[in-house]
Design a protein around this ligand. Sequence first.
Ligand SMILES: Cc1cc2nc3c(=O)[nH]c(=O)nc-3n(C[C@H](O)[C@H](O)[C@H](O)COP(=O)(O)O)c2cc1C
Length: 172
Amino acid sequence: MAKVGLIYGSNTGNTEFVAYQMKDEFDKLRPGLVEVHNIGQSTPETLMKYEYLVIGVPTWNTGQIQDDWEAFLPKLAALDLTGKKLAIFGIGDQNGYGYNFLDAVGMLGDAFLDRGAQLWGMWSAKGYEFAESKATVEDVFMGLGIDQDGQRDLTTERIQKWVPQVLAQFGV
Ligand SMILES: Cc1cc2nc3c(=O)[nH]c(=O)nc-3n(C[C@H](O)[C@H](O)[C@H](O)COP(=O)(O)O)c2cc1C
């Protein structure tokens, strides 16, 4: 069976925690399908060995991509991701950063799309309160939005809905 690479970056551990919670959910439905990597310890080969990618990124420093993903961008720019199926989850704080909520999802997502990846895993922006986000197209996020600061109680339910959606859209 084809494997899915779940690759996250995390400055203070929230995205790492969510990444492993998500892996547990994938494992319930497709045991062993998903392998988890920290982008801070990954190479381009880590990404290239998977046909399916789930990437996790928090937004930092008011509208910026998390440090390890930011450092990886020059390497990403050299990759050909044509044919790879991608889903993104983003971690942010809608109460504290309502003008930049989940911006990194939009920015990192665009960088992957520029390299030829196909985006799946869109998620409704209803149920969140924010003013602006680079992650939205109309009322839809480019990936799953998680807010461990303001809506931690919704995280499990969101993951439980998003993971089967992504599996179905990937067709695995
Ligand atoms: C200094 C600082 C800046 C932040 N900037 C943003 C932001 O622009 N947009 C957003 O949605 N969240 C922002 N956040 C919230 C973080 O994304 C959030 O706390 C997240 O859970 C951190 O994930 P990590 O622990 O995996 O690094 C910021 C947090 C801090 C402390």
